[in-house]
Design a protein around this ligand. Structure first.
Ligand SMILES: [Mn+2]
Length: 303
């Protein structure tokens, strides 16, 4: 687990306080695993972001992510803004193979801009750079939650040319989030060995995630995002995760910091449950009552 510090060092600190409990335990009521104990989870600290030198910052982050991935671990990177998705997914693809890792991208925005403010790099462009430079195939790029008034027709045409699959909120509502996810997952696992999950908190409605730089009304609920992240990490071979665009100065009552924390815990818990089920035994059953397997018949004094 990394933290990047671009644009304000409050971001990783706000979430770190809520991410790594001192008792090293966070048993999931839903998934019946304790990810922080069932998995080996390490806080690898901060990756320095050099103010005013984005290329050096991105390169330094890519190298750190690649080091983690090549050790056989799953890097989880806490941004920072979305410009870090380029080095995050590139670092992971460097280990698993360019074109062999698909990208499941939750966001209000496509982040496929070309040149903005005279720069190739920024938080609106990483997905275009990832496709152009080869780590992720355009036709294995699944975007979920897009809405609003950006990008324009030229960029949408470029996205179509890359054969990206972008689910706008209207389609998600018309077809149902779950059926769209099922379809997206089948594309993501076709000819790809791993999946990188990139979560921009602005995919959630600003009413439930106010602390973000480019809020767009009409998004997912926090409940829908957590369920979707759980499905991704339980059903897919996730090889890397980033959670971005949390900006504590805009937060209220830590609403978004807690959501970012829970996204990471949900991902870890689902990875732990996926591994437990793969090792044998009864698979996770979401319909099982919470206390079902804890009932102790001897405690009623009948023995
Ligand atoms: Mn984004």
């Amino acid at each position: 687990m990394f933290h990047t510090q671009r644009g304000g060092n409050l971001r990783p600190l706000a979430r770190r306080e809520r991410q790594l409990p001192h008792d090293g335990s966070r048993p999931s009521l839903a998934l019946r695993v304790d990810a922080l104990r069932d998995l080996r989870v390490y806080d690898a600290g901060d990756v320095e972001m050099f103010s005013g030198d984005i290329e050096r910052s991105l390169s330094s982050l890519e190298s750190a992510v690649h080091t983690v991935a090549s050790a056989g671990a799953i890097p989880i990177v806490l941004g920072g803004d979305h410009s870090i998705a380029l080095p995050d997914a590139t670092g992971v693809a460097g280990q698993h193979g360019f074109g062999r890792v698909s990208l499941v991208h939750f966001d209000a925005h496509a982040d496929t801009g070309d040149i903005e403010f005279g720069s190739l790099h920024g938080h609106g462009q990483p997905m275009r750079r990832l496709i152009e430079s080869g780590p992720v195939r355009g036709d294995r790029f699944l975007q979920i939650g897009l809405r609003g008034y950006w990008p324009g027709p030229e960029t949408l045409s470029w996205m179509a040319d890359q054969r990206m699959r972008s689910y706008e909120m209207t389609e998600l509502v018309a077809r149902g989030l779950d059926s769209c996810l099922t379809e997206a997952f089948s594309i993501a696992t076709d000819e790809c060995e791993g999946v990188f999950l990139s979560v921009d908190v602005d995919v959630v409605d600003p009413g439930m995630a106010p602390d973000t730089g480019t809020p767009e009304p009409g998004g997912l609920t926090s409940r829908q995002l957590l369920d979707a992240v759980r499905r991704c990490c339980y059903e897919l071979p996730v090889v890397g995760v980033d959670v971005v665009e949390v900006a504590p100065p805009y937060d209220h009552a830590d609403i978004t910091a807690y959501l970012g924390n829970r996204v990471v815990l949900e991902a870890l818990s689902a990875i732990a449950r996926r591994r437990r089920d793969a090792a044998g035994g009864p698979p996770w059953n979401p319909r099982q009552p919470l206390l079902d397997d804890r009932l102790d018949n001897t405690s009623f004094g009948h023995v």
